[in-house]
Design a protein around this ligand. Structure first.
Ligand code: SF4
Length: 198
């Protein structure tokens, strides 16, 4: 398994360090195989090696720079095989991640810009770190009306979103509707979020 364009933290370059850890570590070692960062068979090899060396295996899923998970059918199959191999309880996945990986979608009512504020180094409020190009307003000008508007604004990127912190802060209002239409969202952001992200 060689370094890829996605990661250089691959088994081949870590074998020697893993052997040292097995020899000297006085703490539990967790080795993660990342689905999507390499072909599924290589993720298998990482997990099998971790088990053989007495380490705790863990499975993670890579996401894109836009914070979205989009796995191929082959990667989804690999995930299911891994699940059988090491058991569901060893996947440190929240329910939405599991749903994302197995079905390809985990929609939610994103309350970014309201329950969750992302303020960047320039003092601009955005929805989250992954969508800075789509919505922004200076914090000093951010009003109660903005909080209400963003609370009711559906985000076109909500189906494959991996932003756990935003999902957590949105969960309390899952039962409340979002009244604005994605069309208004385009007007607010000044560009079409639907066409850029969906
Ligand atoms: S759904 Fe919300 S938190 Fe997720 S990427 Fe879109 S704006 Fe950000």
């Amino acid at each position: 398994m060689a370094p890829t364009a996605t990661t250089v933290k691959v088994l081949e370059s870590l074998r020697k360090r893993l052997a040292d850890l097995r020899e000297h570590a006085r703490f539990q070692v967790v080795v993660s195989g990342v689905v999507g960062a390499a072909p599924p068979d290589e993720t298998f090899e990482v997990i099998a090696t971790a088990k053989a060396m007495g380490f705790r295996p863990r499975v993670l899923v890579v996401h894109g720079p836009d914070g979205q998970i989009r796995l191929s059918a082959e990667e989804r199959k690999g995930y299911t095989r891994l699940q059988k191999m090491i058991g569901r309880h060893l996947f440190e996945f929240s329910r939405y991640r599991h749903q994302l990986v197995t079905t390809g979608e985990a929609p939610f009512k994103c309350r970014a810009g309201s329950r969750y504020l992302y303020v960047d180094e320039y003092g601009t409020v955005g929805w989250c770190s992954q969508t800075r190009q789509f919505f922004g307003k200076p914090l000093a000008e951010y009003t109660y009306g903005d909080l209400r508007r963003q609370f009711h604004t559906p985000k076109a990127c909500h189906r494959q979103c991996t932003l756990g912190c935003v999902r957590s802060s949105s969960v309390f209002d899952a039962w409340r509707p979002q009244k604005k239409s994605p069309h208004r969202l385009e007007t607010d952001a000044g560009i079409s979020v639907q066409s850029k992200i969906a």
